[in-house]
Design a binder for this molecule. Structure first.
Ligand code: ATP
Length: 624
């Protein structure tokens, strides 16, 4: 894929300050960094752990939300307009967050469908996917599942996963590509191959910026430009070829046969040496810098025949001093008009209905590819249904045992259908959240489309599972043999199960991690269950309000009324007693079956709407 109009991203006196969560003085993480990422070239940002690499990449990519940014980021010499910038750039995070049950081609096709304009012909989109697969050398494994070791699902290799993450970004043909540690976790061969891929992309006209951790010497020899950070300051920024000389000039020559980056990091480990290198860099930066575009085109620039035409223009600040950018006027003039075109460009997004459609199909395909997942849930419901059925098998119609056993069996059904779906939803959120965060962050779809797709695909499956549960339990327990009452039982338990699932999701959304969600969920469900009138007859006045907000209360009252309304019980001496008169006063909430069912329906819809609103709020707060 060849691109016209490479983009230069320059930054000047960049600072980034955060307020620690625990309080205390603000912490400055980036301390006046200046530099440039040039079109057609690859800038590697390196430094020890905690030096600020990811923070710098995030700030440059516009992915940072939680701190205060100082200084300037320019796109082709003009102030960055973040919204437009995000449309022409892509960010590949360090961790590959991919759908395990998708194939490589599926993953890239989904990205193409959601990132490319709806108006683009399908043929063109297919061609784009083919081109990305070819560019990233993924054709050979395009039909292989991505997989997930945690799910025991065999899939593609680590290097291929990294490439798929890049491919998902490449379908929209971004001019600028930011990658956080694209080689980490890869063996040396895969890491080299990944770097080759990135360089190829850069040579095709893209602007590529990567953070990198302890590269081997083959990888370092591939760097175009290099920025070395220590404690949020620049120890060096310029062409890779100048880095060794810079360290030598600062008094730290690289021993023969030692990988220069190992040497740099070992020097910077010493605070005094680090200060000397930073100071030497600040003092010599103008000298190290930087070839003008004219010099480059004359072949004077010490590069490797790269197409971009300019080297890094950098002058770093020291000790909080802001650096200044030595940008060439000619370069600025050359790029100003391109910049105007670029920053004003808005890529159209696909409509909401199409997003929902693509996501729904993906969710269904996910089940199709992973039938074990669906089967495991179905077996869970089947097992629980048979278990409850056996515990309360064919209840008698005796007042002494039939009545309390019916009451407890119905309560037991609710216990099963509250904890099971709620916990499943809470635990599933961990992996869903990461994918949602990445894809929504990349502008593939809105949280609303995801929610709509999930509701339309998950609800029918849950209805089938719960109905199966109902059929088995109803006939095993031997509830009233009346079709109308059976259907009311099925409807009530379905609404109940769906509400439970939503409550599980709500707890997950509010807490952000399944570990905390499960704790919160246990507390919430126990609280709601305690006050249905089954466990406690005389509810203390200060807990009475819980009964009125509890979906269990309404469903349980309706279930009991529905069952007892059609049953006749017999005392030991054979006297027949109509079931309605045997309903405990604590369970009878005074509402009819229909009224209770309507409230339960209202609560089901209400919790769903609440979950949607919480999702939107969490998305706004960047807490997904
Ligand atoms: N939001 C934040 N609040 C407080 N400290 C932060 C925050 N973000 C980053 N830091 C701190 O800033 C420093 C730089 O973090 P950063 O993640 O950029 O380092 P890094 O060079 O990418 O490290 P690594 O290679 O380990 O990923 C670290 O000391 C980190 O703890």
């Amino acid at each position: 894929m060849q691109l016209d109009g490479a983009v230069d991203v320059t930054f000047q006196g960049l600072t980034f300050t955060v307020q620690p969560r625990g309080g205390g003085e603000p912490v400055q993480i980036l301390k006046g960094l200046s530099g440039a990422v040039r079109g057609g070239r690859c800038l590697a940002i390196m430094g020890a752990s905690g030096a600020g690499k990811t923070t710098l990449l995030d700030v440059l990519a516009g992915h940072t939300y939680t701190g205060e940014i100082g200084g300037q980021v320019l796109v082709n010499g003009k102030p960055r307009h973040l919204k437009s910038f995000l449309r022409i750039s892509s960010y590949v995070q360090q961790r590959d967050v991919l759908m395990a049950s998708a194939t490589v081609r599926d993953a890239i096709t989904t990205a193409a469908l959601l990132k490319l304009p709806r108006s683009m012909p399908a043929e063109e989109k297919r061609a784009r996917v083919d081109s990305v697969l070819a560019d990233l050398e993924l054709e050979g494994c395009q039909h292989t599942l991505i997989g997930d070791e945690l799910l025991n699902m065999k899939g593609i290799s680590g290097g291929q996963r990294r490439r798929v993450s890049v491919g998902i970004e490449l379908v929209k043909q971004p001019q600028i590509l930011f990658l956080d540690e694209p080689t980490s976790g890869l063996d040396s061969e895969m890491a080299v191959s990944m770097m080759e891929t990135l360089l190829r992309l850069a040579r095709g006209g893209r602007t590529v910026c990567v953070t990198i951790h302890q590269p081997n010497s083959i990888i370092t020899s591939m760097f175009d430009d290099f920025m070395l950070l220590v404690g949020g300051r620049a120890a060096y920024a310029g062409p890779w070829s100048g880095a060794v000389d810079h360290f030598a000039a600062a008094g730290f020559p690289c021993p023969q046969y030692v990988n220069p980056t190992d040497h740099f990091l070992s020097v910077l480990r010493d605070d005094k040496a680090a200060a000397a290198v930073v100071e030497a860099y600040a003092a010599s930066a103008p000298a190290l810098a930087l070839c003008s575009p004219e010099a480059s085109s004359d072949g004077e620039c010490e590069g490797k025949g790269k197409p971009a035409g300019t080297e890094l223009d950098v002058e770093a600040g020291l000790g909080g001093k802001e650096g200044t950018l030595q940008a060439s006027k000619a370069a600025l003039a050359r790029t100003a008009s391109d910049a105007a075109a670029l920053v004003e460009e808005e890529r159209p997004r696909v409509p909401f209905t199409f997003q929902t459609w693509v996501l729904s199909l993906r969710m269904l395909r996910n089940w199709g590819r992973n039938p074990m997942m669906l089967a495991a849930e179905a077996v869970q419901y089947l097992f629980l249904a048979v278990f409850v059925g056996l515990v309360y098998l064919q209840l008698s119609d005796s007042v002494a045992t039939g009545v309390p056993d019916r009451l407890s069996s119905l309560w037991f059904m609710l216990a099963v259908l509250s904890f099971t779906p709620a916990y499943t939803a809470a635990v599933a959120w961990d992996s869903e959240r990461l994918l949602l965060r990445r894809e929504v962050g990349q502008g593939m779809y809105s949280p609303a489309a995801w929610f709509a797709a999930k509701t339309t695909t998950v609800f029918p499956v849950q209805v089938v599972q719960t109905t199966l549960f109902c059929v088995i339990t109803y006939w095993m327990v031997g509830y009233s043999s009346d079709a109308g009452r059976f259907f009311i039982y099925v409807a009530l338990l379905n609404m109940f199960q769906l509400t439970s699932e939503t409550i599980g999701q709500l707890c997950a959304l509010c807490t952000g991690a399944s570990m905390y969600a499960v704790i919160l969920l246990t507390f919430v469900l126990l609280l709601l269950m305690t006050f249905t009138g089954f466990l406690v007859s005389a509810i203390p006045v200060y807990f009475k309000w819980i009964k009125w907000i509890s979906y269990l209360n309404y469903t349980y009252a309706a279930l009991v009324e529905n069952e007892f309304g059609g049953a006749t019980f017999y005392t030991d001496d054979g006297t027949a007693v109509h079931g309605t008169s045997l309903i405990p006063a604590s369970v009878n909430n005074g509402l009819s079956v229909l009224a209770n069912a309507m409230v339960a329906l209202g609560l089901m819809v209400g919790t769903r709407v609440l979950a949607f609103l919480v999702l939107l709020v969490m998305h706004r707060l960047k807490r997904i």
